[in-house]
Ligand binder design. Structure first.
Ligand code: ADP
Ligand code: MG
Length: 254
């Protein structure tokens, strides 16, 4: 994984496209066909897709320091190439309000992960800002066998998972396409505000769709991208979890 500090120095003056390419290449060099969450979020950030603030802690002391910088409450997550679905193994602990909470969660995550896979490779613990609860959307990119790279939009939870209430467009998309993608899902009224809930920031959603389109157009080696969930607010939005899968097989799958 790219060391954050090194990355900043090495990539000064480089374009967003090049910086994102460096992150994708680095994962490849390490024999992976998928990015770890901090890598995927770093790629998103280069394309101005808003993500939760995060730091990668290698020790408990670092986790405490980063939590202090980011500001409580924070979320701690496992970063391991051996663990794709972090919460399935007790690798995510949210809403940590205190330093003591961070210390305990740090230990607990490592215990949970080791229980699941004794020899799991641990890159570190991801400390990130806790995004307040809100309406959740999902934005994804896939390569349709017939039409090529496509974007998907839907609302989080049952809407996508149970009702398959989603919209698709082939990339690149225009602003008009993005607007249509949002308004054509059945759950759209929920984004316009209801029962005293404020409307979601439509411009923020449109921008994420347009930026995701640009990201997958400029990096054809991305096979799948999943921003799930993205919290949408009255002002702005925040991606809470990001996954990127690359074309080709990982040597680890052999
Ligand atoms: P997984 O690898 O299991 O998908 P996630 O990173 O998605 O792990 O975390 C699981 C769930 O925890 C998320 O779907 C979300 O509900 C919650 N969560 C994770 N990170 C945050 C965050 N920074 N702020 C608020 N909620 C979060
Ligand atoms: Mg997730």
């Amino acid at each position: 994984m790219l060391e954050e500090e090194n990355h900043l120095i090495l990539s000064e003056g480089e374009t967003s496209m090049k910086k994102a390419s460096n992150i994708l290449d680095e994962a490849r060099k390490e024999g992976r066909n998928y990015l770890l969450e901090p890598e995927a979020k770093a790629v998103c950030r280069e394309y101005e897709i808003p993500v939760t603030e995060f730091r990668v802690a290698k020790t408990k002391q670092e986790a405490l320091r980063f939590a202090g910088h980011i500001g409580y409450p924070v979320v701690l997550k496992i970063i391991s190439p051996d663990i794709i679905h972090k919460s399935d193994v007790g690798g995510v602990i949210t809403d940590l309000e205190t330093a003591q909470g961070v210390e305990d969660a740090y230990e607990e995550i490592l215990r949970n992960v080791k229980k699941h896979k004794t020899d799991a490779e641990i890159i570190g613990i991801l400390v990130q800002e806790m995004a307040p609860e809100s309406t959740q959307i999902i934005i994804g990119a896939i390569k349709d066998p017939q039409f090529g790279p496509s974007l998907m939009f839907g609302l989080g939870g049952v809407f996508v998972e149970v009702l398959q209430d989603v919209s698709f467009r082939i990339v690149p998309i225009t602003e008009r396409d993005a607007k249509e993608m949002v308004s054509e899902v059945k759950a759209y009224p929920l984004l316009k505000g209801y029962r005293g809930k404020p409307p979601a920031d439509m411009d923020a959603i449109i921008n994420i769709l347009l930026n995701t389109s640009e990201l997958v157009i400029e990096h054809t080696e991305i096979k799948e991208l999943d921003l799930n969930p993205i919290m949408v607010y009255e002002r702005g939005a925040k991606t809470v979890d990001a996954r990127i899968i690359l074309e080709g097989k990982s040597p680890k799958e052999d």
